[in-house]
Write a protein that binds this ligand. Structure first.
Ligand SMILES: Nc1nc2c(ncn2[C@@H]2O[C@H](COP(=O)(O)OP(=O)(O)OP(=O)(O)O)[C@@H](O)[C@H]2O)c(=O)[nH]1
Ligand SMILES: [Mg+2]
Length: 1131
């Protein structure tokens, strides 16, 4: 552990005022791990020479090979500043977007963050994301502008140019922070206004309006990064140097006799030194003078680089070294690589660790400084308000704020992730170094064994001699001798407990917010849905986790088997850990899946869930190479699921094991982990399964050759075929009218529904898509209302739901959508998706989904018929849910479709008598249909021939009673589902593709090639601009997820590693081509030929999905091969 001893760290852990929990955040490759290396080296854990090269915290092999960090890992460091000693719990995080969930797990445990920005690249997409994450978690950031050496060596800027470049970067970062701050103030302001409004409603009187947005009063002086505030460090981690303005102010105040406070204020900014007047003046830029920062700071560094690296001027270097009072070892100054000498000088002159650690200790808050606001946010889950929590729970806030660590104080711990470590590598299983005595003892033992062996050999030789004397062949006895020896060694090997040796142990990555945790202590594990109010009423007062407590939902008990200090690649065992520290906990793998809240008090609420920025989107199906190893794979996938905050593991109804990951790199890491650590078997992964959505669009006005459809002559034959197809859909239970209204009767002919599918405006779809959480809450509230319970909804949620309704109303304008928002029956699929079911049934007044907002409660007036209708209301919703969950094109979910039920007749004899059995049936039907959903051949058959359902009914003998068809509710679900599907098919159908956005930074030379790759993969460039101060271009583009595999690699290869894109999931986009398109007009016929055999991308995607799911694929077989022509000849 270098020169920090474990005892020292344990002592430091007891003083929360001097603890700093911090993480390093940045865009990928901006130098986080390199900076961490420098900090680790300052504690003697690795050598200073290796700092920056070793990347100590990248402990995985693939991290080292790829050169990117893939997980967040923690290390405890110590720092002395004057007479104060600090303990720093440092967490290095990954910058690649695929691993942004790891950033969330790190940020939650910290109070502060070091944000690193590359001096050349400036603010990148992920920089904005991490600044936002830090902001959302309410933790304080400080800034390190890294890689300043690149400005000197690569961009060859002068010190003056570099200064203005640095200024720009600082402006960019502050602009991001500023926008976060503004949006927060405005939000708070809006909330306050609402409250005031409520108050003013009660005391009506003269109203006074305040026009200011509240921005003027809000204090933002502490918010921005500014070198004179001491929250910015300029550094080159690779060369080991870094400084803050304070350091130079200190140096020059001694040398020039200027007060250091004055220098501190003027070193950064538009000030210059007037040598004659011996004064610092303002307005350097206007007068064409060198700013102080350039003159006193940058020039020194530039000339050092010039002397050491560019000119290799030995004499000058020596002069500098002596004047700075440094010592450089001879082997460093003789080294062939000038960089070695440079970092030897710089790391003594301006050690980066000193500058960064000082800034961290002075500027970042300690655990004691946790704000009440942050505590309340952490503790108020879901729609609940903090002040609606039980009193005992609210009291816990005090424990948080005080960071109390008495024996009676409640223990509160948050586990942000579980990580796997080799069981062998745990401290309790690690081999201790042997003591002198033990070594002597072993030596003696070995000596004795050797002597025994010698003696044995001698006797054996003698007996052989005897044997050969006696005439038997020597060959016989020798092999047997060898054989037994071999056998022994074999059995020895076999008996080694292989399983145990290779096992993985899960360790919780956690932080203590209150109390002291002791090894072996028992605690409650609180799941995310745990409700303290409920359990407090059930549990006896003052009970603890070690008592035998009655069962409470979402709560379990667990004991902390071991506690660890996290030291990067190693762990150290601890007996107890006090409040305010980051730690590892062993023994929780049975009770904690990914994250959890642990407490000794049942009044503790679960912490709000981590906010993940990445959406898992890349799915692959996995199977073992040898089918017999399935159980191992299942176990491995379970472990992987636990060990990764973002990966999802599911088993589909078809039995496929599916892994969902955030991106390609993440996928590769998960597969490697599965192969080498968790399952330890050969596996094969399918090609990535690309998600699609199905939707309908308005009928096109022009045909495929851009001719107005109205004026065209239809090609008779083909048209006829189409008409026939649509007619064949109609049968005695199904009727499709030309306007797209589908009417379907249940097989027992007792119920009829008419449904029409209408495309939703795009804005509405995106609004629904972005409000899923809110709609889910809405659904929960409605559900509990239906059950007769009331839910305490926070004001903020209510506001948000009212806002959503208002937005929908403003977007759904026009005759077609009159009163549509009030008529919303349900959202789907899964009751919160981006599709709407509308109630267009005349005379059916059902309670609105918005009823709890206080308006639109018409249940009372609805009368007897509505009450009856409501019984089967649920069947209609279920049918809609099923229809939207998998569409007719390729069984993918629907998006942006509105189904309007225009007629719903039901004969009174169909109304069931027994409510209970009906409910059950509804449930089971839904479940059944769910289980059939994906890929099962049975469903596919039904999908393919739309008449299958009704025709089956026809085949059956006409039944006089409805009974032989099963319960009405089930039939209605099926009928509704089929009706929706037919209604969908009656409209022009389109596929929607998931799109990534990416920002690519490339130099002018490789720009053409980047465009080439983008074009080939159906990408679309949105924006291209030159990055100021560099010769780089920034290209913003969108690209279908389906075409993205290998994209990053291809770009990197084509540009010799100069451009490396980061892909973010952005949105869903309608693919404009119609997968079912066939030429129908003369023009089209002329242009595309009879078979329209030019590539149809949408059809290709659709057929790929259908093939994967085992659905029927209609493919053309070559007819008249000799007649085939290419398109160009045809023109
Ligand atoms: N020129 C220069 N290169 C640097 C500096 N700091 C880091 N690098 C290089 O930048 C590359 C990325 O460094 P890392 O420390 O791995 O970056 P990171 O931010 O940890 O990257 P991820 O963890 O993958 O997000 C490495 O090749 C480093 O050698 C610096 O100060 N100057
Ligand atoms: Mg890294």
């Amino acid at each position: 552990m270098g020169h920090t001893s474990l005892e020292k760290i344990i002592a430091l852990q007891r003083n929360p005022a001097n603890i700093r929990n911090l993480c390093i955040l940045a865009h990928v490759d901006h130098g986080k791990t390199t900076l961490a290396d420098c900090l680790v080296a300052s504690n003697g854990i690795i050598s200073t020479r290796l700092a920056g090269k070793l990347r100590y915290l990248d402990s995985r092999e693939d991290e080292q090979i790829r050169g990117i960090t893939m997980k967040s890992s923690a290390i405890s460091l110590q720092y002395r500043n004057g007479d104060q000693e600090y303990l720093l719990n440092l967490i290095d995080s990954p910058g690649h977007v695929d691993f942004s969930s790891e950033v969330s797990t790190a940020v939650r445990l910290c109070d502060g963050a070091i944000v690193v920005v590359d001096a050349v690249e400036g603010v990148c997409p992920q920089t904005q994301v991490v600044l936002r994450q830090a902001w959302l978690e309410n933790i304080k950031p400080v800034l390190v502008i890294n890689k300043i050496d690149r400005l000197i060596m690569e961009l060859k800027l002068t010190s003056q140019e570099a200064y203005s470049h640095l200024q720009k970067i600082l402006e960019q970062v502050n602009a991001v922070t500023g926008s976060l701050f503004t949006s927060k103030v405005l939000e708070e302001r809006a909330e306050k206004e609402k409250e005031e409004e409520k108050e003013s409603e009660t005391f009506s009187g003269d109203q006074v309006y305040d026009w200011s947005a509240g921005l003027e009063e809000a204090d933002d002086s502490q918010l921005y990064f500014s070198p004179d505030q001491g929250n910015v460090v300029f550094a080159s981690a690779i060369d080991g140097w870094g400084f803050s303005v304070q350091q130079f102010a200190h140096i020059y105040s001694q040398r020039m006799g200027i007060r250091s406070e004055v220098l501190l204020k003027t070193l950064w900014g538009d000030f210059y030194l007037n040598a004659k007047a011996k004064k610092i003046m303002k307005g350097a830029q206007a007068k064409g003078k060198k700013p102080l920062f350039v003159q006193l700071v940058l020039d020194n560094i530039w000339s050092l680089y010039d002397a050491v690296v560019t000119r290799r001027d030995k004499e000058k270097v020596e002069k500098v070294v002596t004047s700075l009072g440094l010592k450089v070892m001879a082997r460093d100054s003789r080294h062939s690589d000038p960089k070695v000498l440079l970092s030897a000088i710089c790391s003594q002159w301006l050690p980066v660790s000193q500058a960064v650690l000082l800034m961290v200790c002075e500027k970042l808050p300690s655990p004691l400084d946790i704000s009440a606001e942050r505590v309340e946010r952490l503790m108020s889950v879901g729609a609940r308000r903090f002040d609606s929590l039980p009193e005992q729970t609210q009291e816990l806030k005090r424990a948080f704020l005080q960071c109390s660590s008495g024996d009676n104080d409640p223990l509160i711990i948050f586990v942000s992730k579980m990580f796997a470590a080799d069981t062998k590598a745990l401290p309790q299983n690690r081999q201790r170094p042997l003591t002198q005595e033990e070594i002597a003892q072993r030596r003696e033992l070995a000596r004795q064994r050797h002597a025994d062996r010698m003696a044995a050999e001698q006797t054996a030789a003698e007996s052989q001699k005897d044997l050969s004397h006696s005439g038997s062949s020597p060959q016989e006895s020798q092999p047997t001798g060898l054989g037994t020896a071999k056998m022994e060694s074999l059995t020895l090997k076999d008996s080694k407990p292989e399983e145990e040796e290779e096992q993985q142990t899960f360790i919780a990555f956690a932080r203590i917010y209150s109390g002291v945790v002791k090894k072996g202590q028992k605690v409650f594990v609180l799941g995310p849905k745990y409700d303290p109010a409920q359990s407090l009423s059930k549990l006896p007062e003052g009970c603890s986790a070690s008592d035998c407590v009655p069962e409470v939902p979402h709560m379990s008990c667990c004991s902390m088997e071991s506690l660890y200090l996290l030291m990067g690649r190693e762990l150290e065992e601890l007996e107890e850990v006090p409040v305010g520290n980051v730690l590892g906990i062993g023994g929780l793998e049975e009770c904690v899946l990914k994250s959890a809240t642990l407490s000794t008090s049942p009044a503790c609420p679960p912490f709000i869930p981590l906010n993940f920025e990445a959406t898992p989107i890349v799915r692959v199906a996995i199977e073992p190479k040898h089918p017999g190893e399935m159980p191992k794979l299942v176990r491995g996938m379970r472990l992987l699921n636990q060990a990764d905050p973002c990966a999802e593991v599911l088993i589909q109804e078809t039995g496929e094991h599916v892994l969902v990951t955030a991106g390609e790199v993440h996928l590769q890491r998960c597969l490697d982990d599965l192969k080498d650590r968790f399952a330890k078997i050969e596996i094969s992964a399918s090609k990535p399964i690309i998600p699609f959505r199905e939707t309908v669009v308005r009928p096109p006005k022009v045909d495929m050759v851009n001719e107005d459809l109205g004026r065209q002559h239809k090609v008779a034959i083909i048209h006829q075929v189409k008409e026939e197809a649509s007619q064949s859909r109609s049968s005695d239970t199904l009727h499709v009218d030309p306007s797209g209204l589908v009417t379907l009767t249940t097989p027992n002919r007792l119920a009829t529904v008419s449904v029409r599918a209408v495309p939703l405006p795009q804005d509405v779809t995106s609004l629904l898509e972005s409000s899923t959480e809110l709609i889910r809450t809405l659904e929960q509230v409605n559900m509990s209302l239906r059950e007769g319970k009331s839910l305490d909804v926070s004001l903020r949620t209510l506001e948000a739901i009212t806002g959503l309704k208002a937005q929908l109303e403003s977007l759904l304008q026009g005759r077609k959508w009159r009163n549509a928002v009030e008529r919303i029956w349900a959202f789907g699929p899964r009751r919160y998706g981006p599709n709407i079911l509308l109630n267009g049934v005349e005379g059916y007044q059902r309670p609105s989904v918005w009823q709890f907002l206080g308006r639109g409660d018409k249940a009372g007036e609805a009368g007897a018929q509505a009450a009856v209708m409501r019984d089967l209301d649920n069947s209609i919703i279920s049918g809609f849910q099923l229809a939207t969950l998998s569409g007719p094109m390729c069984e993918e979910p629907l998006m942006g479709v509105c189904f309007c039920v225009e007629r719903w007749d039901i004969q009174s004899s169909a109304i069931p008598q027994h409510q209970d059995s009906l409910e059950e049936d509804t449930m089971s039907h839904e479940a059944l249909a769910h289980s059939k959903m994906e890929g099962s051949s049975e469903t596919s058959a039904q999908v393919e021939s739309p008449t299958a359902g009704p025709s089956q009914a026809r085949r059956r003998p006409e039944a006089s009673s409805a009974d032989c068809y099963g319960p009405v509710s089930g039939q209605l679900i099926a009928a509704m589902k089929e009706a929706c599907r037919h209604a969908f098919q009656a409209q022009p159908q389109r596929l929607m593709a998931a799109m990534y956005t990416c920002e690519i930074m490339a130099t002018a030379e490789v720009l053409g090639r980047v465009y080439g790759v983008l074009g080939k993969r159906e990408g679309r460039v949105l924006q291209e601009e030159m990055k100021e101060g560099t010769d780089m271009f920034i290209i913003k583009a969108v690209l279908p997820v389906a075409e993205s595999f290998g994209f990053a690699d291809e770009i990197r290869k084509r540009t010799s590693g100069l451009a490396s894109p980061q892909l973010f999931f952005s949105h869903w986009e309608v693919i404009s081509s119609d997968p079912y398109w066939v030429p129908t007009t003369e023009e089209e016929y002329l242009h595309f030929g009879e078979k329209a055999d030019s590539a149809n991308q949408a059809l290709k995607y659709m057929n790929d999905v259908r093939r994967r799911k085992g659905l029927y694929v209609e493919e053309k077989i070559v007819e008249h091969a000799e007649k085939q022509r290419t398109l160009s000849k045809n023109k």
